[in-house]
Design a protein around this ligand. Structure first.
Ligand code: PEP
Ligand code: MN
Length: 455
């Protein structure tokens, strides 16, 4: 790190001098979770290629997301973020992409109708392919898999050697994913989105509870149809933004571009978040994010102190801009009710208006007897419930959720209406690491969150 990671010319020269200095300083700080690239000349060549490459997203789109998130921060919209644990080169297919997007739009129809609140759609997509790991090597085995942007999943010593050319392929994948995302979303409407949950209702053993809610959505849509059909917002294609963990600084730095008045934008994605393992206040990731104009997220695990939370807010939202900062609580269902309130109180007292988002996945991971990583649907629901309870009690807005999900019918999380059990895990366990909600569990969770939004 440090020496090789720089903001590429000519973009660097177009940045405002203070931003330029800030970013350069940030990239000299120690950075956690970076690959040990074996050959620096290959890294330099890959960085140079990315420096000339097209941005995945543009600064005006990034600003649009900031303004949508400002609505979330001030209580008038809900943020639905979701997608795979990691994107993979093999999994980058139209079918997979369409299913994930459709699942999120179905969830959105339920949340928007029952929650009575506009939904901001944000994928873990088009760049979510570098991963933090708890160790550098698998016990007595090869180096850890760090995502397709870094090394190969196949557990061979050769394949696990970090290869900078993978970043170039990851960028190309992100661009084609973004292209397909725009096409899929561009031909969708919220009218079409609600239709897909019929399958869920038909097979759900949970019975009438969801049927009644679904019937209401249908009546609402029929009512609108009766008065001249769909026009305005419902006929318009929904907006859908892309986000990922800004982990791999060689990749992120190479895709910094100058926007208007010399501001710096990370054009690898609209929304960039800093993960639980890289949020060190004296490290490169937070300092890097500080000088970007993107909306930024920070994951907050159960050991986060209110003082630390305040430090993030002061560093990352110095201009008090609602929408700039999203604090993503991933506490675990057993911790959220005690760990979150002092953080929310401290931040609210500072006057900053952040987006409060709940990630009910990462604090609820367990190992199954069979060696799979699992998450139980009930614990996921309970963490979201706890998050809502905290915000209802404090009078703050439970702004959104951050989920690992897929539209594929996988068996990775236990429970839900299909009552997936440990015996089902071997049937379709397809994630390379963390378990995702499947299509039906995702829609079921949306119904449950809609009830929480209404209560
Ligand atoms: C993730 O979101 O994929 C992740 C690694 O989460 P966290 O940083 O919260 O552990
Ligand atoms: Mn302040």
């Amino acid at each position: 790190m440090g020496q090789s990671t720089t903001i590429p010319r000519p973009h660097f020269d177009l940045l405002r001098p203070d931003v330029r200095a800030g970013l350069a300083g940030a990239l000299d700080l120690p950075a956690a979770q970076q690959p040990s690239w074996p050959d620096k000349s290959v890294l330099r060549a890959a960085s140079a290629e990315l420096a000339e490459a097209l941005p995945v997203v543009t600064p005006p789109e990034i600003d649009t997301l900031t303004s949508r998130l400002a609505d979330v921060a001030t209580g008038s919209a809900f943020l639905l973020q979701g997608g795979d644990w990691a994107e993979t080169f093999d999994g980058n297919t139209e079918t997979h992409l369409r299913r994930n997007i459709q699942t999120m739009l179905r969830m959105s129809a339920v949340l928007g109708y029952h929650g009575g609140i506009p939904v901001v759609h944000l994928g873990r997509i088009a760049g979510q392919d570098a991963k933090p790991r708890s160790g550098d090597t698998v016990a007595l085995g090869p180096p850890s898999y760090r995502g397709d942007a870094v090394n190969a999943f196949e557990p061979t010593s050769d394949g696990r050697v970090p290869n900078p050319d993978r970043m170039v392929r990851a960028h190309a994948n992100a661009c084609v994913t973004m292209n397909m995302l725009r096409a899929v979303v561009g031909t969708s409407s919220m009218r079409g989105a609600h239709q897909g949950y019929e399958e869920f209702l038909a097979s759900a053993r949970a019975g009438g509870r969801y049927n009644a809610m679904a019937a209401e959505v249908d009546r609402g849509l029929a009512f609108m149809n009766a008065f001249g059909g769909f026009s305005g917002d419902l006929a318009r294609a929904p907006e859908f933004f892309a986000g990922h963990e800004a982990l791999l600084l060689d990749y992120e730095a190479a895709l910094v571009r100058a926007g208007e008045s010399g501001r710096a934008y990370g054009t690898s994605g609209h929304f960039l978040w800093i993960g639980e393992r890289t949020r060190h206040l004296d490290g490169a990731h937070i300092a890097f994010a500080e000088h970007l104009s993107n909306p930024i997220g920070v994951k907050l695990g159960p050991t986060t102190s209110p003082e630390q939370a305040l430090d993030y807010v002061e560093r990352l939202d110095p201009r008090h801009e609602p929408g700039r900062l999203t604090l993503i609580a991933r506490m675990g269902n057993g911790r959220v009710r005690e760990a979150l309130p002092p953080i929310v109180e401290r931040v609210v007292a500072s006057g900053h208006k952040v987006v409060w988002q709940c990630d009910p996945m990462h604090g609820n991971t367990q190992n199954s007897g069979s060696g799979h990583k699992i998450r139980h649907f009930d614990r996921i629901v309970d963490e979201v419930q706890g998050f809502f309870e905290v915000h209802r009690k404090l009078g703050t807005h439970p702004g959104g959720v951050h989920l690992e999900l897929t539209g594929d019918d996988v068996t990775e999380c236990l429970g839900g209406a299909q009552q997936i059990s440990e015996a089902d895990l071997t049937r379709r366990y397809e994630t390379a690491c963390d378990p995702r909600l499947n299509a039906q569990q995702s829609v079921q969770l949306a119904f449950l969150i809609a009830e929480m939004l209404r209560s």
